[in-house]
Design a protein around this ligand. Structure first.
Ligand SMILES: [Ca+2]
Ligand SMILES: [Ca+2]
Length: 733
């Protein structure tokens, strides 16, 4: 109790756990954190545990003495003396007023002595006693009287010494024969003293012993209990009118020792009652367990910022203040101090209150925001948070949209601030791109996606003070099979995840539907010595058209963790490509086999674990292309391959034009000339600097279809006639 002493005085209230109704109580002793109180509870039973749980409330700031002493002893009690008074009258705690007077003559007798419960009295055995206002104990009615006694009488003394004395009953000690021997006598209805000696338990001769006498008029018996055990039973027919006279005795017959708790009841208590009362009083600590202490009406206060960052200099910030007394009493008001010499008060009227407040900090200094809540119980609690306003707000990207395009996944998003250094695109937590400078409306195309793969993206907005990341964005897997687009004379481009075709202005005669068909693994090579191609793409044009000036085809070969990752994933490309990672080339299908064509290779790093080899070549015609490997470097560097050496322009099918593949290791400018069998030049076409493929459809420079027959195709690189390739071709109509 010491820890609560400072907040506790006599203003203590007891209730049952299940009710807030005040229980009657009497405080016998209070000092230095120790309180001894008698509380009247409606029921005391092991069968109703809730009835035995008491709450004690205390608050020295509240109304004082809450005792209701006489009500504690209102039922069946005739007289109760605790001997708690250190001067003046010894008050009977019942309403009956059987008060006592300290009669002291001389010697060591003292009041306010140590009692068993709180204070008691000590008598030195000679001339000192407490006289009681005489009052009647009803005749022929049951009663119980009890008294704690602690003897200091010498063991061999032979003087009768009285403790509780009336004209009809008394306890006395006359112990010449046996220091454990006491006597109790009761005057029966015939005027005869009934009684005899009894012994208290061995070893308790000089300890506190509870002596209790019960007269049970229904049984015509009286019982004497010592320390809760019955020690004497006597027949007794009726009782005489009793007047209570004194405690201890006059002359030399006074008690030597301590006395406490003199109680008379107007009924015959049961042996269980007496045993329980004894046990309870001899060791009250074993009868109770102290629960936890909670302060009544104390507000719990929380302060939380409603936005992130909590505050921005120059902008209005919002905070939520809550205060809660857990229903014990009302919050009366909140006081907010923002830490910049501005304070606000808000009134409240409930036990739980939530208040949203707004405030604008003018700088980025650190401020201590404190919120104090006051309760109706007079309690106040304060909570504080430090606020360091950001120099400016750091909103993230917004209006983020994803667009599924043939070439990849495109993000469009908006940036809300002018303080942004750059935007950063993260894919699977790796930085895919950093974009600067930034503009309010941004877009980013992720061109480098593996086929049929799901990624998780975040868009980061980088400020000098930090980065704000968007939520994760997950794509649908790309399984695109067809990309198509109408491209006219002005040129354009079309792509998918594998490839891209850039058609220059003037390369097409007019609006043409250009298709990229993912045909990977559909066209296998049947000719020994050639490898099949991966990431196969079929280029189609509708209507059929050659590219007047070459269109640039790029094929993308991804390397994931340094391993080629191509379509189809047929389990073979490890075997085929391992060790050939730097011998990749674009292959073209000539209707029978894959022809490795000369192509440029660029390396492009996308992510730490992902890079691409981008193969490009200029193509003169549609057809099937894919990623192949160079199996024979000598052939690759020297061999000329002709597709449709015998061609039939009027067939309008795959035989309608001749196509010649040739090495162009230094990507020199190329000129194609066609001569007839008479040596006359019928066709000449200058082609740019990266061609390794030319084709002719039989149309001469005059615009007419040439005649059937043998022609010589001469391909000149770098203008050097002597290094020309000469290829015989046959045209049939
Ligand atoms: Ca007492
Ligand atoms: Ca004396």
């Amino acid at each position: 109790m010491t820890q609560i002493y400072k907040v506790m005085r006599h203003d203590i209230v007891f209730t049952l756990a299940a009710s807030t109704n005040k229980l009657d109580h009497e405080i016998e002793y209070f000092s230095n954190g120790t309180v001894i109180a008698w509380v009247k509870i409606p029921c005391y039973s092991a069968a109703f545990e809730q009835s035995n749980i008491l709450y004690m409330y205390f608050d020295k700031t509240k109304a004082g003495n809450q005792q209701n002493t006489s009500a504690v002893w209102s039922e069946d009690y005739l007289m109760v003396h605790h001997f708690k008074e250190n001067s003046g009258t010894f008050n009977d705690s019942t309403a009956n007023g059987f008060n006592g007077t300290w009669n002291y003559t001389s010697g060591t007798s003292t009041r306010d002595a140590n009692g068993l419960i709180g204070r008691g009295v000590y008598f030195d055995g000679t001339n000192d006693y407490i006289s009681l206002i005489t009052a009647a104990v009803p005749t022929n009615k049951s009663f119980t009287m009890s008294l704690w006694q602690k003897s200091e009488i010498p063991d061999t003394e032979a003087v009768a010494r009285y403790t509780f004395y009336s004209n009809t009953f008394y306890f006395k000690k006359f112990q010449a024969a046996n220091p454990r021997q006491y006597h109790f006598y009761l005057l029966d209805g015939s005027g005869v003293l009934q009684g005899t000696a009894y012994n208290i338990p061995a070893g308790t001769e000089h300890e506190w012993v509870r002596h209790t006498a019960v007269y049970n008029h229904d049984e015509y018996k009286f019982y004497v209990y010592a320390s809760g055990n019955v020690v004497l039973v006597r027949d007794c027919t009726n009782t005489s009118q009793t007047a209570i006279i004194r405690i201890s005795h006059t002359g030399n017959n006074g008690w030597i020792g301590f006395l406490d708790e003199a109680v008379i009841s107007t009924n015959g208590r049961s042996s269980n009652w007496i045993t329980t009362e004894y046990s309870n009083q001899i060791n009250p600590l074993s009868f109770r367990t102290i629960g936890s202490i909670s302060e009544y009406g104390v507000p719990a206060v929380t302060v939380s910022a409603l936005s992130s960052p909590p505050a921005v200099a120059g902008q209005q910030a919002s905070f939520l203040i809550t205060a809660d007394t857990a229903g014990t009493c009302s919050i009366t008001n909140l006081r907010i101090n923002y830490g910049d010499n501005i304070q606000e008060d808000y009134s409240a009227a409930s036990s739980l209150t939530a208040q949203t407040v707004t405030h604008t900090y003018k700088s980025g200094d650190t401020f201590l925001l404190s919120a104090a809540a006051y309760s109706a119980a007079g309690k106040v609690r304060t909570n504080r948070i430090y606020i360091t306003p950001a120099p400016y707000s750091m909103p993230g990207a917004y209006n983020i949209q994803t667009h599924y395009q043939n070439e990849g996944l495109k993000f469009t998003f908006s940036l809300p601030s002018t303080n942004i250094n750059r935007a950063v695109i993260y894919r699977n937590s790796l930085q895919l791109a950093g974009i600067s400078p930034v503009s309010p409306d941004m877009e980013y195309l992720d061109r480098y996606l593996l086929y049929n793969t799901v990624y998780s993206y975040q868009i980061g907005v980088e400020y000098s003070a930090g980065m704000v990341l968007s939520a994760h964005i997950t794509n649908r897997p790309f399984c695109l099979e067809l990309a198509q687009k109408t491209i006219g004379r002005s040129g354009g481009s079309i792509g998918n995840l594998f490839s891209e075709l850039v058609i220059p202005p003037g390369a097409l005669p007019g609006d043409t539907l250009v298709k990229l068909v993912v045909s990977s693994n559909l066209l296998y090579n049947f000719e020994p010595g050639y490898a099949q191609a991966y990431n196969q793409v079929r280029i189609e044009t509708d209507p059929p058209a050659s590219f007047v000036s070459n269109a640039r085809l790029s094929l993308l070969a991804p390397f994931l963790d340094n391993k080629i990752h191509l379509m189809p994933d047929d389990g073979n490309y490890d075997r085929i490509f391992t060790g050939s990672e730097n011998r990749l080339t674009i292959s073209s299908y000539n209707n029978r086999a894959w022809i490795p064509a000369y192509s440029r290779v660029y390396d492009k790093n996308i992510l730490p674990n992902l890079n691409y080899k981008i193969l490009t070549m200029d193509i003169s015609d549609a057809g099937n292309y894919g990623v192949g490997i160079i199996l024979n470097s000598t052939d690759y560097g020297n061999k000329v391959t002709v597709k449709n050496r015998v061609f039939a322009p009027l067939s309008y099918d795959i035989m309608s034009k001749v196509t010649i593949f040739f090495p162009n290791p230094f990507f020199e400018e190329v000129t194609l000339r066609i001569y007839n069998i008479n040596g006359k030049k019928v066709f000449e076409r200058f082609i740019g600097g990266s061609a390794s493929m030319v084709s002719w459809d039989g149309i001469s420079d005059s615009g007419r279809m040439s005649d059937s027959g043998l022609y010589i195709a001469v391909i000149t690189k770098g203008g050097r006639i002597k290094d020309s390739y000469r290829v015989k071709i046959y045209m049939i109509k």
